[in-house]
Design a protein around this ligand. Structure first.
Ligand code: PEP
Ligand code: MG
Length: 902
């Protein structure tokens, strides 16, 4: 039989690396204990015990005995017994999962107090008020979290007691008042649950442990896990810790502290302290806290000791730590520490500060920041010097700073934005009908819904600023206005500003300033600039190291000179996707495509193609110039042709009206016929990509010629064009072979007529499941693959992005079917598996096959790690995402260094 699993660890037995088993709090309490820091003795019940309890509905058989053994040891150490009448040992029972879930699970303090022991505690402490205050807190917390009493009932009784005394300060309730309150609280428990508050201390403890186990599956905790993508099956540990008291008088208190400022990263003394208080009082805001620095005046000895401990912790954890502590009659106790959360700017600054202090190296600094933080630093911000005051605070759902006129429906948003107005779409919540308005708006503000609401999901997908769930706002879409908590009424057309990085909502226009980090990437701010407390310098150092370490190259998706130039400034090493259809936009060019579509004989078709050729060539010259010396992958036309034709309804109305006037327009009639002919039920799966090239004679050859002539022109002008031609939507090698043969003929012709050698590579996108599965064959005809993970995701899942994102994705995210949209982060198990298979098969056929990705996943942090792991040569993404991809590629290289995953 397997050795029995140990379910309880004394604080002296664990360490910080046992977070899986002991949870974050338990592991760190053990670490501090072993560092010799003053931690009140206690023990931790493992997450394994919780998991068994949740699975079986009962504690593991051996748990009770193990807890008893550890409780005995604790009682011996403390020299008193749990709940002992004349001198009770009291304990706290606290939750503590592997990942911090602040406030999501339960905690009960002062376990062990009862009618029998409250007097003993009073006598020992020499403080009757303290003992009764502790007892009423226990009944309140226990009643609410363990016995399920409505917490408001206790609050109401407490409020009534204060009112009866004519005070709002809980400290003014004396022992007598608190005794009465305890009686009232016990009455509430009995009334609400039909049971008495348990007087047996061990029963209190056991019930509290169960309640903490149960709280893992509480509504709040489940929701939080889904949003933060914390797995559901981890369970929580339970920490049983001997109580120390901050509510023993003015020489006692409790506080929180950071070893550095978590919002700027600066070193110093940061935190809050509250005299004569216990537990949650500091964060609950019941009385005003004082800045931690003031503790030096109140209790210099404890303050000095705390500073020394903070230095020890920083050096030990080699990172910013946050701390909870209590002072009991002048004796400092450490109740918790963990590596603290921080803002994006602080993360970069702290990482390089720690390098400078010699605590970590640059490789480790890279792991301490991430692409999401970098992206946050690149959004424009509201000017920090603004005097504007926010009127509401919602959920920061999609970052950015947006200013515009409030509009309350999608129709107005579109109408106003067409006439050049900047608008913010304000809704209670959005639904798929609001999509047009969301696209037209600068930002979206809703008063309902969380991070996975429709507004949040769609806005993030679009990269649009969004604040959702600003519940303090009363939105009245019928009257086209909203009311702020202070009674101000904002009507349609009034200017508002929303900050998607903080969730703040302002009335009026808040000035926006560009991000210094963007100015640095643009080259308008020097890398050595001490901008924003060294932020730019920190970003520069980390980016430089990422570039040194990364194996993946980073290219841009860009179709014009301006984007290509920006991409190059941001560090792009070429263009991975030029979507040539974008070059056919604009009325003049669209008309030429229309001619091509309407041509019903070779001559007309050739004339249309001849007109398009020089226009295309001009575009390519511009691109090759911007990316001189770097590869430029040009994709031949991909979208269905009807995208270049007028809308079917609009056109039908035009034709009908003309007919009614007896003035038919020949061209419109032909267009309408073509629109009908080209109309498809599922355009995403219709006549597009390589199929167009095969169905419309001369189209692809014209594009290939334009590319080749542009390259020849650049070459003859002394440039170094590195064109690559890419065929979209290939499903079988035969399609590619035919297009390839035609292209080679054209290339040879251009080389001959211009007398230059061009060396243009021909390759394909892998964006259909069949292409991925037959990649070994396709590689026979392709010099490179670029994974089109947008289409591959659509075709593997069998849903079209345009249709599903706005309809059922929110429901899927809420139900936890997706942790994150597969269009945002690559679905490793499905789409990713096909990519991996195609990489292996492609390389088996052609070892020097160049491999990249140009779907939007190329700029997504998690996906970049996947592409590194499967061994692609490059990722390609939009110019603004390039720094994120560079950083993540560096991080991926450092994280997999030494492992065999690549
Ligand atoms: C893709 O499918 O991933 C891709 C890059 O092509 P597009 O998004 O243009 O269809
Ligand atoms: Mg595609």
């Amino acid at each position: 039989m397997a050795a029995k699993q140990k379910l309880v660890y004394d604080f002296t037995e664990g360490n910080k690396d046992l977070k899986d088993l002991l949870g974050g709090k338990g592991a760190n309490l053990a670490e501090m204990t072993n560092l010799g820091l003053p931690v009140p003795p206690g023990f931790t019940i493992t997450t394994e015990a919780c998991k068994t309890y949740l699975e079986k509905g009962d504690e593991p058989a051996s748990l009770r005995d193990e807890v008893s053994a550890h409780l005995d040891a604790l009682e011996q150490k403390m020299g008193k017994k749990l709940g002992q009448a004349d001198d009770p040992l009291l304990v706290s029972v606290r939750s503590g999962a592997k990942f911090s879930m602040p406030g999501m699970m339960d905690t009960v303090l002062n376990i062990g107090l009862s009618d029998a022991s409250v007097g003993g505690l009073a006598a020992q402490a020499g403080n009757e008020r303290f003992a009764w205050d502790s007892y009423r807190r226990l009944i309140q917390m226990f009643g609410k979290t363990v016995m399920g009493v409505d917490g408001d009932r206790f609050e109401e009784a407490l409020e009534a007691a204060k009112q009866g005394k004519g005070t709002s300060n809980d400290l003014e309730l004396d022992a007598g008042d608190l005794k009465v309150l305890v009686k009232a609280f016990k009455g509430i428990v009995r009334e609400d649950t039909g049971r008495d508050f348990p007087q047996d201390p061990r029963e209190q403890m056991d019930l509290a442990i169960r309640a903490v186990f149960d709280s893992w599956n509480g509504d709040r905790a489940r929701l939080y896990r889904r949003q933060e993508r914390i797995p559901n099956d981890l369970g929580t540990a339970v920490n049983v810790c001997s109580m120390v008291f901050g509510n023993l008088g003015p020489d006692s208190g409790t506080g929180v502290a950071f070893t550095r400022d978590p919002s700027t990263g600066h070193q110093g003394v940061y935190g809050d302290y509250l005299q004569h208080a216990q537990g949650e009082d500091v964060v609950a805001g019941i009385r005003n806290t004082v800045p931690l620095a003031d503790l030096e005046k109140l209790d210099k000895k404890s303050y000095d000791e705390l500073m020394a401990i903070m230095a020890t912790l920083e050096n030990h954890y080699r990172d910013l730590c946050d701390i909870e502590f209590t002072i009991e009659r002048g004796k400092l106790w450490m109740l918790q520490t963990r590596v603290g959360k921080r803002t994006a700017a602080a993360a970069f600054r702290i990482a390089v500060q720690l390098v400078d202090q010699g605590l970590i190296d640059l490789d480790e600094a890279l792991t301490r920041v991430n692409g999401q933080q970098l992206a946050q630093l690149m959004f424009p911000r509201f000017d920090e010097n603004t005097k504007a005051e926010y009127v509401a605070w919602g959920i920061a759902a999609s970052p950015g700073a947006a200013v515009g006129k409030a509009v309350f429906d999608s129709y107005t948003a579109v109408k106003w934005s067409r006439s050049g107005e900047k608008v913010i779409l304000v809704r209670r919540e959005t639904n798929p009908d609001d999509l047009d308005g969301m696209i037209a708006a600068q930002g979206i503000l809703t008063s309902r819904g969380g991070k996975t609401s429709h507004a949040a999901v769609v806005a993030r997908g679009m990269g649009k600023t969004c604040v959702c769930g600003a519940e303090e706002l009363e939105v009245d879409t019928k009257k086209r206005r909203f009311t702020t908590p202070d009674g101000r009424v904002v009507e349609e057309g009034d200017l508002i500003s929303i900050d998607g990085s903080t969730g703040k909502v302002y009335v009026g226009e808040v000035p926006v300033v560009p991000s210094p980090v963007v100015e640095y990437f643009e080259g308008t701010l020097h890398a050595g600039a001490d901008e924003q407390g060294g932020l730019v310098k920190a970003v520069h150092r980390i980016m430089a190291h990422a570039d040194e370490r990364r194996i993946l190259r980073v290219r841009a998706n860009a179709d014009n000179g301006e984007d290509a130039n920006r991409a190059r400034r941001y560090g792009a090493q070429g263009i991975g996707l030029c979507r040539t259809e974008h070059m056919f936009l604009g009325e003049e060019r669209r008309k030429e495509v229309e001619h091509l579509i309407l041509a019903d004989n070779d001559k007309d078709r050739e004339t249309a193609l001849k007109t398009l050729l020089p226009l295309q060539k001009g575009d390519f010259v511009e691109l090759f110039q911007a990316m001189d010396g770097l590869p430029v992958t040009v994709r031949l036309l991909d979208p269905p042709l009807h995208e270049f034709l007028p809308d079917i309804t609009e056109l039908s109305v035009r034709v009908a009206l003309a007919e009614a006037r007896k003035d038919p327009n020949e061209n419109d009639l032909r267009l309408l016929q073509a629109v009908h002919r080209l109309h498809e039920q599922n355009p995403m799966l219709g006549l597009r990509g390589v199929r167009l090239g095969l169905a419309i004679p001369g189209l692809f050859s014209m594009q290939v010629r334009a590319i080749a002539e542009a390259a020849a022109e650049r070459k003859l002008a002394g440039g170094d064009p590195r064109a690559e031609i890419m065929i979209p939507l290939v499903g079988t090698v035969q399609e590619l072979e035919i297009v390839r043969d035609d292209a080679e003929t054209v290339l040879a012709d251009v080389e001959r007529t211009h007398n230059v050698e061009l060396d243009i590579k021909l390759g394909t996108m892998i964006e259909l499941p069949r292409a991925a599965v037959t990649a070994g064959q396709i590689a026979e005809a392709a010099e490179f693959f670029s994974f089109g993970t947008n289409d591959l995701t659509q075709t593997v899942w069998g849903f079209s992005r345009d249709d599903v994102e706005a309809s059922f994705f929110t429901a899927y995210l809420e139900k936890g079917i997706f942790g994150v949209s597969p269009f945002e982060t690559i679905d490793r198990d499905g789409v990713g598996a096909l990519v991996k298979q195609a990489v292996e098969a492609g390389r088996a056929t052609r070892p020097d096959l160049k491999l990249g990705v140009c779907g939007e996943h190329g700029g997504d942090p998690d996906s970049v790690h996947f592409f590194h792991e499967v061994g692609l040569d490059y990722v390609s993404c939009s110019p603004f995402r390039i720094p994120v991809a560079r950083l993540e590629a560096g991080r991926a290289a450092v994280q997999t260094a030494g492992s065999d995953s690549r």
